[in-house]
Design a protein around this ligand. Structure first.
Ligand SMILES: N[C@@H](CCC(=O)N[C@@H](CS)C(=O)NCC(=O)O)C(=O)O
Length: 207
């Protein structure tokens, strides 16, 4: 039995979506970052945190890799199979490379953008960096659309962890006003991902 700690307005959504795709049972404590119940488990105060029995796991991508490795036969109810390739396989190395690319090219830039928009004390913000980051994000979206091509999912015919991460970072970009106009194939892919029943269940939306 799992307990997921963190509210879905954050990177916690990635993990909750994966738990839903894998049809795993879990409790959910929708705590905010730095809340006492988070600090009790993660001294950094960051969410998501996953309790797996007595084990406490942190970092959305580490948690998702753990879930994928531990539930290789669980998977989307559309018959595409588990969400992760086996550890040690070339396919897994390619999947991990895509995860790291999305972290480098989207997550890290979006976090830097947020810091210079509202997180840092006002006198430490550098507003001029925002248009530079927006341009870079738009260029990276164009390159990602080229990688996606006509495939249904980022890694090919099967959904995998990078699809959850990509959908999440683009949602983050859209809701924070990044001037992105993704190419049509990427736009259609993101729309498809956001209509998945597991995604909607994670957000508490009707399926
Ligand atoms: N790389 C980590 C980042 C975790 C993270 O920074 N989470 C944010 C919420 S999305 C948070 O808890 N921030 C609070 C803080 O840094 O104090 C992950 O993917 O889980």
């Amino acid at each position: 039995m799992y307990t997921l700690i963190g509210n879905t307005k954050t990177r916690t959504l990635r993990v909750q979506w994966m738990l839903e795709e894998l049809s795993l049972a879990y409790d959910h404590i929708p705590a905010a970052p730095q809340a006492p119940e988070v600090l009790a488990l993660n001294p950094l105060g960051r969410i998501p945190v996953l309790k797996a029995g007595e084990d406490v796991l942190t970092d959305s991508m580490a948690i998702m890799a753990y879930l994928g490795d531990n539930h290789p036969d669980a998977g989307p109810d559309d018959g595409t199979g588990g969400l992760s390739h086996p550890a040690g396989s070339p396919a897994r190395a390619r999947q991990d490379a895509m995860v790291l690319r999305l972290i480098d090219e989207f997550d890290a830039l979006l976090w830097t953008r947020a810091r210079h928009l509202f997180v840092l004390p006002e006198d430490q913000r550098v507003p001029d960096v925002i248009p530079v980051l927006d341009l870079e994000l738009a260029q990276n979206a164009g390159k990602l659309a080229e990688t996606l091509g006509a495939q249904p999912f980022l890694m090919g015919p099967h959904m995998s962890i990078p699809d959850i991460l990509a959908t999440h970072v683009f949602g983050w970009a859209f809701t924070t006003g990044v001037a992105l106009s993704p190419p049509d194939n990427l736009k259609a892919y993101l729309k498809r991902m956001r209509t998945r029943p597991a995604y909607r269940r994670a957000l508490g939306q009707p399926t």
